[in-house]
Design a protein around this ligand. Structure first.
Ligand code: SAM
Length: 264
C-alpha cells in the first residue's frame, strides 16, 4: 500500500481522515452486507485507494464516488475506466449528491456528523458505513442515556441502526487513534406523526445548540422570538424524546411562533 501511495504522490493527510483500509476481506464483508444488486446505484464517499471500490464496482450497476483529494481522483478514474463508474471531485458536504440506492463508505471520521445529516436528507435503501466506535454509540443512544444528542434524535427518527462488526485501528494505514465500527443504516418512516420534518430538524438543531438551557429559553434564543409558554418549556432537551420534540415543533408552527420551512 505504501508503494502505491508513493506512486500516486500521496502522503496520508490527517485533516482528510486518510486512513486507508488494508484488508480486502473486510471490504468484501462490508459490500456483502449491502447486498448490492445489478440494478443498484451505489454511492461511495471517500474511495481513497479503492479498497472498497474494487468490491463495489464488481456488483453494482453503477458506482458514484465522491473524493476530495484530486490526486486520488485521477488515479481512481483510470483504475475503474472499464466500469460504470462516476467520480466526483469535491467535498461531499458541498456538492449536490446525485440519486443513489445504497451507500457504502469508510467515512473520514472528521465529517461523520455532517455527512450523516446530509445522507438522511436523501431517499435511499440502505447504508453500510464505518464510524468511530464512540460515534456509533451516540447514534444509537436513547433519551436518558449517555451520548443522547442531535445525532441520536435525527437518526432514531429517520432510520434504523444496527452495529455489524468492529474494525481494529490496525487494519488501516496509517492507523487512526481509535477502533471503528461498521453499521447498517436503514432509512425508515418515523414511528410517530411527523408533519413538519424539515422544521423538526431545525428545532432539534437549535435545541441542542442550547442544550444547557430550558426549552423555553432555547427556543427564544435559537429563533429570536418571545414566548409565554410552550409544551415542555421548563425541561431540557436531553430529557425529551424525538416524539415530544415533534409535538413541540407542531405547537410552535401552529401557534405562529416559528414558520414552517417545509417545501423551502
Ligand atoms: N475508502 C477508503 C478505504 O477504505 O481505504 C478510504 C477511506 S479514508 C477513511 C477517507 C477518504 O475520504 C480519503 O480518501 C479522503 O481523501 C476522503 N475525504 C476526506 N474528506 C472528504 C470530503 N469532505 N469529501 C470527500 N472525500 C473526502
Amino acid at each position: 500500500m505504501q508503494t502505491r501511495l508513493k506512486k500516486i504522490g500521496i502522503t496520508p493527510t490527517r485533516s482528510l481522515g486518510q486512513n486507508f483500509l488494508k484488508d480486502e476481506s473486510i471490504a468484501e464483508r462490508e459490500v456483502n452486507a449491502a447486498d448490492v444488486k445489478e440494478e443498484d446505484t451505489v454511492l461511495e464517499i471517500g474511495p481513497g485507494l479503492g479498497t472498497l471500490t474494487d468490491e463495489i464496482v464488481e456488483v453494482a450497476g453503477k458506482t458514484i464516488a465522491v473524493e476530495k483529494d484530486e490526486k486520488l481522483v485521477g488515479y481512481l478514474a483510470g483504475r475503474y475506466k472499464d466500469y460504470d463508474f462516476q467520480i466526483i471531485e469535491g467535498d461531499v458536504l458541498d456538492i449536490d449528491i446525485p440519486d443513489f440506492d445504497k451507500v457504502v463508505s469508510n467515512l473520514p471520521f472528521s465529517i461523520s456528523s455532517p455527512v450523516t445529516f446530509k445522507l438522511l436528507e436523501h431517499d435511499f435503501d440502505l447504508g453500510i458505513l464505518t464510524y468511530q466506535k464512540q460515534f456509533a454509540d451516540r447514534m444509537r443512544a436513547s433519551v436518558g442515556e449517555e451520548g443522547y444528542c442531535r445525532l441520536s434524535v435525527m437518526v432514531s427518527t429517520l432510520a434504523e441502526v444496527e452495529c455489524l462488526f468492529d474494525i481494529s485501528r490496525n487494519q488501516f494505514y496509517p492507523p487512526p487513534n481509535v477502533d471503528a465500527t461498521v453499521i447498517r443504516l436503514t432509512p425508515t418512516e418515523p414511528e410517530f406523526d411527523l408533519h413538519y420534518p424539515k422544521t423538526f430538524a431545525s428545532v432539534v438543531k437549535e435545541l441542542f445548540n442550547y442544550r444547557r438551557k430550558k426549552i423555553k429559553n432555547s427556543i427564544e434564543t435559537g429563533f429570536d422570538v418571545e414566548i409565554e409558554d410552550v409544551p415542555y418549556g421548563e425541561r431540557r432537551v436531553e430529557t425529551l424524546t424525538p416524539e415530544q420534540i415533534a409535538e413541540l415543533t407542531e405547537y410552535l408552527i401552529e401557534n405562529d411562533i416559528i414558520e414552517s420551512i417545509e417545501g423551502g
